[in-house]
Design a protein around this ligand. Structure first.
Ligand SMILES: Nc1ncnc2c1ncn2[C@@H]1O[C@H](COP(=O)(O)OP(=O)(O)O)[C@@H](O)[C@H]1O
Ligand SMILES: [Mg+2]
Length: 350
């Protein structure tokens, strides 16, 4: 930084500091409304991906380090953002209230909804993992349609943000599913904001800059399909493992922050391969190991039942629900329940 720039920065900072101190109940609409955030600081925050008060509220002082305002001021900015949107230190009974804000999104299958206590929840991450063809991307497509439904039909009357890393998003599928759900297909596709991620860094960049898009478009579902494919192909070998985990961890942290800030459902997919050399226990093993495991709050393992449309979903880990297993099917219409008749004819081996 040149001498001139330095002086300018100090001036800017002094001026910003003279503005009013944060008042706890004030609502700030834009990041510039936060006391201590002048135009220069606001620009630097934007460059870092913080375009909204909501995303700022979920930041840590360390994440704001590159803004160069110092730790103390970073804290006060974050605190002001938090108080503006009503997240701060809270009593346990208020925590309960926050939990009450959790909304649920239907998967399209009542059986599957049942094992996750009524649908995928907002404010946390749900991970679908399974082999190639197990229905992970189909589920993602279906959720993009379902999120648009009104709450009485299991939706969130919102839009979806789709980060596609394998170029498997298909509008034709959305149209089919939307028609089946009695949504206007043209409207339904407008409510999906799509981005293809070309590399893992690009994928991270997309989420880091998604806050404004989420807010402006009433996004209620964020999808990353797949979470791990770029990471897996770019970070190869043992020496790269630590770096990969660190990056994945950061990416997941950002996703959780967005899900909390905007009360959205967050869904990631993770492809696994069967390990033919494993005879006991779990024969598949999700990529990303423990970090992804700990960060994603709900993990659902998908697998094919046999040939045909039937899939088995197993809730493998959840912060508060027991393990459970149910079946559903993937058809032209999308994700559907397996009917009782189909179940009995299957049992009879027909
Ligand atoms: N239009 C469709 N009608 C019926 N089944 C479909 C349709 N499109 C995809 N499928 C089913 O979904 C499978 C692909 O699942 P997908 O979600 O892409 O797998 P992955 O888990 O690898 O993401 C196909 O093999 C097929 O069984
Ligand atoms: Mg897929």
């Amino acid at each position: 930084m040149s001498e001139d720039e330095n002086v300018e920065n100090q001036e800017q900072q002094k001026q910003e500091e003279q503005e009013e101190a944060p008042s706890p109940k004030k609502k700030y609409e834009f990041i510039e409304d936060i006391p201590g955030v002048g135009p220069a600081t606001a620009q630097k925050l934007r460059d870092l991906g913080y375009h909204t008060v909501e995303s700022l509220a979920m930041a840590t002082a360390r994440e704001l380090e590159p803004v160069g305002v110092g730790e103390k001021k970073a804290f006060s900015i974050i605190e002001a953002a938090r108080s503006a949107i009503g997240v701060n230190f809270i009593r346990a009974d208020e925590l309960l209230k926050m939990r009450k804000n959790v909304l649920r999104l239907t998967t399209g299958s009542q059986a599957l909804d049942k094992i996750v206590d009524g649908g995928l929840e907002t404010q946390t991450i749900t991970e679908f993992y399974g082999e190639y063809g197990s229905g992970k991307s189909q589920m993602c497509h279906q959720l993009c349609v379902n999120v648009q439904l009104p709450p009485e039909r299991g939706g969130l009357s919102g839009a979806a943000l789709y980060v596609d890393t394998e170029n498997t998003f298909r509008l034709e599928r959305i149209v089919q599913m939307a028609k089946h759900a009695s949504l206007e297909p043209e409207e339904a596709v407008k409510n999906i904001i799509y981005a293809e991620a070309y590399t893992s860094d690009h994928q991270m960049f997309l989420l880091e800059n998604a806050d404004e898009i989420i807010k402006e478009n009433n996004i209620k579902l964020i999808i990353v399909d797949s979470l791990t494919s770029h990471f897996r192909s770019e970070y190869i070998g043992r020496e790269m493992l630590a770096r990969r985990q660190q990056k994945l961890n950061k990416h997941m942290h950002k996703l959780i922050a967005l899900a909390r800030a905007f009360n959205t459902v967050a869904v990631v997919t993770n492809q696994v391969m069967a390990k033919p050399d494993v005879f006991f226990g779990d024969a598949v093993h999700p990529i990303g190991g423990h970090i992804v495991g700990h960060t994603s709050h709900t993990r659902i393992y998908l697998r094919r039942a046999s040939r045909g449309p039937v899939r088995i979903a197993r809730l493998v880990s959840s912060p508060y629900l027991p393990e459970g297993e149910e079946i559903f099917k993937v058809t032209e219409n999308g994700i559907e329940d397996v009917s009782e008749e189909e179940k009995t004819s299957k049992r009879r081996g027909r």
